[in-house]
Design a protein around this ligand. Structure first.
Ligand SMILES: C[S@@+](CC[C@H](N)C(=O)[O-])C[C@H]1O[C@@H](n2cnc3c(N)ncnc32)[C@H](O)[C@@H]1O
Ligand SMILES: *[C@@H]1O[C@H](CO)[C@@H](O)[C@H](O)[C@H]1NC(C)=O
Ligand SMILES: *[C@@H]1O[C@H](CO)[C@@H](O)[C@H](O)[C@H]1NC(C)=O
Ligand SMILES: *[C@@H]1O[C@H](CO)[C@@H](O)[C@H](O)[C@H]1NC(C)=O
Length: 248
């Protein structure tokens, strides 16, 4: 009796150690799978795949920041001279390809959003889409007229085709998309070039990590196509078609 009592804790020691080890292992597995579930859930969440950049204290601070680059006289000189032909060619190839896929036609009324000095509008005209115009905070007539993409200066149901490679500059993405859906005719096509894999420039107002947030925003449209492109740092072309009104 006197020998078995001190022996009991000795015998139990390995069992305790085993239990302790198993428990920590189970805890590790649990936290690991929980973490995994959480990250999977988060990457499937639209709001988390579209993040508005902090640091814009007001709408006028945002506009000022956008204008800071767009109004830069040295850059405007480069955009309209040295850069001009090269960029027009790249845009023309994109628009030619969209014509081949019956998403754009010579008689389409076309808008390019955030067109800056209008290389993309010139490209639309060159591939035969003569009724084309651009909007930007800074006009560059006659190709680009003044307009904020959060409040487009056009009536409802105006365009057959809208293109933009500046979604990342939208401080209010739901207004950016809402305005496209408002000004597109029913059945009209919207083509966005976005960056999913690398962060856009320091003038961006949001970061997009998947196409899912776009699917949620384009609620009056259907997704037509998603494909990889190589467009001035933008890697993905997303095509939507505004739904035709339901006949009740
Ligand atoms: C990265 S540049 C792209 C210019 C042009 N699309 C190109 O590829 O050469 C972004 C453009 O978006 C314009 N922009 C930014 N915020 C805007 C807004 N709220 N409404 C209209 N244009 C805006 C800027 O003025 C700038 O010209
Ligand atoms: C743009 O910002 C730079 C540096 O932040 C500043 O020096 C410059 O005056 C600004 N330009 C305009 C047109 O606001
Ligand atoms: C569209 O316009 C282009 C350029 O002007 C022209 O070459 C082409 O034949 C036109 N296509 C159609 C289908 O009219
Ligand atoms: C234009 O479209 C918007 C949004 O789709 C709608 O709320 C508004 O009533 C329309 N305006 C006119 C004049 O039809």
């Amino acid at each position: 009796m006197t020998t078995t009592i001190p022996n009991l804790p000795l015998l139990l020691k390995p069992i305790f150690l085993f239990l302790l080890f198993s428990l920590s292992f189970l805890l590790f597995l649990h936290s690991h799978s929980h973490h995994h579930r959480k990250t999977t859930f988060q990457s499937a969440s639209p709001s988390n795949d579209l993040r508005i950049r902090p640091g814009y204290s007001s709408y006028s601070a945002y506009i000022e920041r956008q204008l800071n680059k767009t109004l830069n006289p040295k850059l405007r000189k480069i955009w309209t001279t040295r850069d001009w032909e090269r960029k027009v060619h790249v845009f023309a190839d994109f628009f030619y390809s969209l014509k081949q896929r019956n998403l754009l036609f010579n008689d389409s009324k076309a808008l390019s959003i955030g067109a800056r000095v209008g290389q993309e509008v010139e490209a639309l005209k060159r591939v035969g889409v003569s009724d084309s115009v651009g909007i930007d905070l800074v006009p560059y007539p006659p190709l680009v007229v003044k307009g904020d993409f959060h409040a487009q200066p056009f009536n409802n149901d105006t365009f057959d085709f809208e293109f933009s490679n500046v979604f990342d500059h939208a401080l209010y993405p739901s207004m950016f998309v809402g305005e496209i859906q408002r000004t597109l005719k029913p059945g009209g096509v919207c083509v966005l070039h976005v960056s999913l894999s690398r962060r856009a420039d320091k003038y961006s107002a949001n970061d997009l990590f998947s196409v899912k947030p776009l699917l949620a925003l384009f609620k009056d449209s259907e997704l037509v196509e998603v494909r990889g492109v190589d467009g001035f740092g933008l890697d993905t072309e997303v095509v939507f078609r505004k739904m035709r009104k339901n006949i009740i």
